[in-house]
Design a protein around this ligand. Sequence first.
Ligand code: ADP
Ligand code: ASP
Ligand code: MG
Length: 459
Amino acid sequence: MNKVCVAKFGGTSVANYPAMCNCAKIVTNNPHTKLVVLSASAGVTNLLVELSSGNLDAQGIEDRMLKLSQIEFSILNDLGSPKEITSEIEKLLHEIKDLANHAIIEHDDALTDRIVSYGEIMSTKLFTEVLKSLGFKAKWFDVRTVMRTDNRFGKAAPIIEVLSNSAKEKLVPLFDGETIIVTQGFIGSNAIGQTTTLGRGGSDYSAALLGEAIPQCSAIEIWTDVPGIYTTDPRMVKEAAVIPEITFSEAAEMATFGAKVLHPATIFPAVRRNIPVFVGSSKNPELGGTWVRSETESKPTFRAVALRRNQKLLTLQSPNMIGACGFLANIFSIFAKYGISVDLITTSEVSVALTIDNTGSQSNGQSVISEQLINELKSFCKVRVDDNLSLVALIGNGMSQVSGTGAAVFASICDVNIRMICYGASSHNLCFLVNSDQAEHAVTELHHKLLEGNPQVIK
Ligand code: ADP
Ligand code: ASP
Ligand code: MG
């Protein structure tokens, strides 16, 4: 069986025709790349989220439709406006407008996902045409026929077993050694065929899930706008450097704690099948990138710093906690009921503090914390909610197994007010909460003092 490489291209990589041509070159230069997974062209998903909100008037819809059409038609024009695909895109744009008008009358999360999915449908139709126009055999594939998810519109969870079986039945037989299959990231469908989405930035996750589902997959490539995973976000710290190789565990921590270059769940399917993941720049593939693998040669104590903004700190207080059993179970069953994942936790005699990620990773951009949830918690305990907080995470190796880690970290940022610390749950991560206005400063200082120059190893 021939090896298959899955290549995913993000929004900026498919933003326009020249960018799509760069992607086509990357795909066709690697004879193993037979599955291409795409995001919507840059800006399209945001426009579709607005169109699905139900809050726009007729003029608002017109404005967004115009911007959307400009993005799609600019690619079509550069392609020479081929008749069939032009009328297909026109039809899709009409459908979006009809659905946006419908959203004004009757709005729900299922409709939002349906509308938002059009971005990936259009980019994949256009990219298939780009490959064909360059003389390659390419086939558009509707990922919803294999990417089965649950019903959580906006942040649906894949059902791995169904995906694996359907991929073997419907996708794998298409690999004939020649045809390049082009499909959508981000979207899926539930058991009754309604369109769902995996959450913002979910195309990375789709690519990894598809890679896992294809038995002959040998690599998953994530092509984006930076040449690899950096020691911190290069937009924030200009001294950040590309990490040539990093372990699955470290990359998963980075993604979970805010390194936007990978969707938080991307690494898990790769780990399950031990498939290496490559991250590189679609504009400058010659710069190389980062390989994410199970083992790496170097294992520095400090590898990277990540930042996740928009965190909420919930402090729950009750005298009933003293020596009581089951208090936390009650509290966590409420979070579970609302489908909310709790991040950091610390406890004292009568209180529990926990953080919740509110970065709006749901496709509809809504907050994950509702008034209903807070009221339900209040029936058990006093609840205090603090906003404007950010989570800073140091990622590395063996951090909780050597002395001096805490001293090195906190001495670097002694002018920063630390609100909460989590350390020891994983030897790859030390994270803490700070006020958002001090977050960038904390990241920059940690980077300067612990990551620049030779990677530091504490013995
Ligand atoms: P795509 O649209 O290709 O999925 P994203 O915008 O989601 O791209 O992710 C790429 C961005 O992630 C980069 O432009 C960069 O600003 C940001 N980023 C944050 N942390 C890191 C990091 N540690 N390494 C590289 N990029 C990072
Ligand atoms: N297009 C979706 C988004 O903008 C998914 C993705 O790009 O990964 O979030
Ligand atoms: Mg992304």
